[in-house]
Every structure is written in structure tokens, then in C-alpha cells.
Write a new protein. Structure first.
Length: 443
């Protein structure tokens, strides 16, 4: 504080001069110096008082870090700046933050969108497993960095307020699209019209999310409003989607089949009522018309092709008989299958390599493929266990014939090994599907 000491020396000098010569007119200058010294002393006291208040900064940083860690896994509403979408705020989950930001300053958090509307918003499955090789060039999302100040509180969807004309997000092929409710057919399903393609489809409540009207942008001009006269006259989705083809009224979309076991298998493989057939859901949605052949030709045509193309359970007669013979004896009925396997056999993989290859294929398979693999594995296990029972019965019947018992015992040992392998494969497929389901529940 050399400056303060210098001002005090000047004030002492002026005071001595005033004492020696009272008429020198130095009183105003002395008052200015006294005010300046008082200000400098006050500033020095303020600086000295700030020292203890800055001491607990590490504690404040720890509290701020704990607050950030509590945000991980929290649901929120966040914007998406990568594309122009109809919805300004999207449901998301916070999974990372920048801990180097001091307390009291705005910071960025990394989020994953739980209802992606485009591929760039969809979380990368390989990234979630820490094995994505594309990095920033990946077409899927590795997390969007958003300022924390732009996040909003998560809003729980209100399904009770749904009615014809309400705006929703509908899940179509792993992505979500803005849609307008056309009709509520049942307690668990609804018919919606997609705003982008204006295509009508059926979705369940689990695959739809109600939207507040204020959250939709540019929908009034792009979406086709449902006329009130149409809504008043329509009681069911089946009436709204009633189609006529020829002389047949098809009725409810996707519900024209007989309700047999085939539909249950299709639903297990991913088919949803109300969507067209095929991988892209762009196939037929109406019943196929019966073809009436010309007179005196239809019956003859059927009988000419009856024996040649007779198919039962998806297999022709000779294939079915050969399969039954193989299951009952354990010996291949077709010599050509035996020769082809012998001559075309490639290098045999070890058990560990085969399991590793199978797991890699399962990780790359689609959900419908996993369901199909589970059904195939269950069917294979059923066939093998049936074959095992028949072989055991054959051994008991021929217990006096050592040669036959030896041959059947060898076949039985092989079947037991096949059952063990099939059960392991079934467990791996089921484990992969359960793992994916857990990640879906998280995000």
C-alpha cells in the first residue's frame, strides 16, 4: 500500500504548512486528500474481507459435480438442430455431461432421443455396445450435445385426452412420425393419418405418444384435417377403411383373414394388423379374389396338377416321406444329399469359432430374424426329442440284436449331442433378444 502511505505523507505536509501559515488556502486540498485516503482504506478492507469467502470453492465444485451426476439418466425435452422437424422439443435421456465447466456457468450435456423421427436421431446400437467403428461419420446418433439452458422438463403423455383429430407420434419402422388420430377403434388401438405421407394405418397405444397442440410446427398447412362430418359418421375404423374390390366388401383393414394359426406366426415374426404385407409394408391389404376357370376346365386343371404339386405343411409328398423316414431310422433317405454333403463339405470350424460366428450373426440380425430363429430352434428341439424317443423305443424292441442296438445307440448319442447344441443355440438367440429388449426399455 505504498500509494496510501504517499497520500498520508502529503496530508501531513499540508497540515504542517497550514499550522505555519493559516492563510495559505490549503484547506480544500487537504479535504480532497482525506477523502481519497478514506476511499483507498475502504477498498483495502473489502479486498481483505474477500479472502475467507473464496476458501470453500472446492466444496461448491463438489456439490456442482454431484448435481451433474444426478442428471444422468433423467428424461427431458430437448431440441434437435440437425433438421427441420414439425416438433420443436423431443423426448430425450441425458447420458453424459462436461464436468470441466465451473459452477454457475452454462454447460453442455449429451443426450439420446427416445422417439427419433429421422435416422440421424436414432441411437447407434453399436455405439451403445462400445464397438462402433465409424465415429463421427456414423449415420446414427452417438449423442447430441445440447446447452443445458435449452432443455425443458419432461412432459408425461396424456392418453386420456386422445380423441379424433388429436396429434400424436406414431412408430413406423423403428422411426416416429407425426400423425393425426382418425378414429379410436378399440381401447388399445387407434387409426391415424401420417402427416408426411398422408397414409392411414393402425397403431397400438404402446407405439404412439400424444402431443400437445402447441408443440407442432407447420402442421396446419401440411396435414389434411379430418372433416367433422366424416368423424361424426364414422363409428369404427373398419367402416372408415371399408374397401370394395369386385363384388366383395373387404371390411376392416388387415383383418380379412380367418384368424388361424398362420396369423399368429406372422405376428410373432413382426407383422402388425393394419399394415400391408412385405418387408416395406407396401403389399396388399385386401383379400385375393378367387379365380374362376372356364367351364369344363377348372376341375380338370386341378386334378392334372394334384399329384405333381401336392403340398402338405409346405412340403411335397416325397420330401415329407423322406423326412419322416430320416427321423424314424436316423439314416438319410436321399443318397444325393449324402453325396453333396461329402463332396461339398468345407473346412470344419471348432466349437468356439462356430459359437463366435453365430453370436456375430445374431448381433447383426433384425428383430424379425431373431423371432424366426427362435421358432426354428423350438421346432428343431421338438423334432430331435421326438427322434430321441423313437430311437430309445427301437433299442428296447431290438435289445436281443446287438448289431441293431449298436447302430441305434450311435444314432441316439448323435441325437443327444444335437439336442445339447440346439438348446445352446436357442439360449443364445433368446439372450440376444432379451438384451435388445432391455436397451429398448432404457431408451
Amino acid at each position: 500500500m505504498a500509494e496510501l502511505a504517499a497520500y498520508r505523507e502529503q496530508l501531513d505536509e499540508i497540515t504542517r504548512q497550514q499550522a505555519a501559515d493559516p492563510g495559505a488556502g490549503l484547506e480544500e486540498e487537504a479535504n480532497d486528500l482525506r477523502e481519497l485516503i478514506a476511499l483507498l482504506e475502504a477498498e483495502a478492507q473489502d479486498e481483505a474481507g474477500e479472502g475467507p469467502s473464496t476458501a470453500p470453492e472446492p466444496q461448491q465444485d463438489e456439490e456442482f459435480t454431484a448435481y451433474l451426476e444426478a442428471l444422468l439418466g433423467q428424461r427431458c425435452m430437448a431440441p434437435f438442430s440437425g433438421a427441420s422437424l414439425r416438433i420443436p422439443q423431443h423426448a430425450a435421456i441425458i447420458f453424459e455431461f462436461d464436468s470441466s465447466v465451473p459452477a454457475g456457468e452454462d454447460f453442455n450435456v449429451r443426450i439420446l432421443y427416445s422417439h427419433p423421427m429421422i435416422q440421424a436421431m436414432s441411437p447407434c446400437k453399436a455405439f451403445l455396445q462400445n464397438r462402433c467403428k465409424f465415429g463421427e461419420k456414423c449415420r446414427f446418433s452417438h449423442g447430441e450435445s445440447i446447452p443445458f439452458s435449452q432443455l425443458e422438463d419432461y412432459e408425461e403423455p396424456e392418453f386420456e385426452s386422445l380423441q379424433p383429430g388429436s396429434l400424436v407420434l406414431a412408430k413406423i419402422d423403428d422411426l416416429w412420425e407425426a400423425a393425426r388420430v382418425v378414429d379410436l377403434d378399440k381401447e388399445s388401438e387407434m387409426a391415424v393419418r401420417l402427416l408426411q405421407s398422408q397414409r392411414e394405418t393402425r397403431v397400438s397405444f404402446a407405439e404412439s405418444v400424444p402431443l400437445p397442440y402447441t408443440e407442432v410446427q407447420q402442421t396446419k398447412e401440411e396435414a389434411i384435417e379430418v372433416p367433422s362430418s366424416v368423424l361424426d359418421s364414422v363409428d369404427h375404423f373398419s367402416e372408415l377403411k371399408g374397401l370394395k374390390h369386385g363384388n366383395v366388401t373387404v371390411g376392416e383393414l388387415g383383418n380379412w383373414q380367418g384368424g388361424g394359426f398362420g396369423l399368429k406366426l406372422m405376428q410373432k415374426m413382426g407383422y402388425k394388423l393394419g399394415q400391408g404385407l412385405g418387408k416395406q409394408s407396401d403389399g396388399i391389404v385386401h383379400a385375393i379374389q378367387a379365380t374362376i376357370m372356364p367351364k369344363k376346365k377348372s376341375v380338370d386343371y386341378v386334378f392334372r396338377n394334384k399329384d405333381k404339386n401336392r403340398v402338405v405343411d409346405g412340403k411335397k409328398a416325397h420330401e415329407r416321406i423322406g423326412k419322416q423316414l430320416q427321423l424314424s431310422t436316423g439314416i438319410e433317405a436321399d443318397i444325393f444329399e449324402f453325396l453333396n454333403r461329402r463332396f461339398d463339405a468345407g473346412p470344419q470350424l471348432s466349437a468356439e469359432e462356430a459359437i463366435r460366428k453365430e453370436r456375430k450373426q445374431l448381433s447383426e440380425a433384425s428383430e424379425s430374424s431373431l423371432l424366426s430363429n427362435i421358432l426354428d430352434a423350438e421346432r428343431k428341439l421338438k423334432d430331435l426329442k421326438s427322434k430321441k424317443v423313437k430311437l430309445e423305443q427301437g433299442i428296447f424292441r431290438n435289445r436281443t440284436d446287438k448289431a441293431t442296438v449298436g447302430r441305434l445307440q450311435a444314432s441316439l448319442d448323435q441325437v443327444i449331442r444335437d439336442i445339447s447344441s440346439a438348446e445352446g443355440s436357442h439360449q443364445r438367440v433368446q439372450g440376444e433378444r432379451d438384451s435388445r429388449q432391455r436397451k429398448k426399455d432404457l431408451f
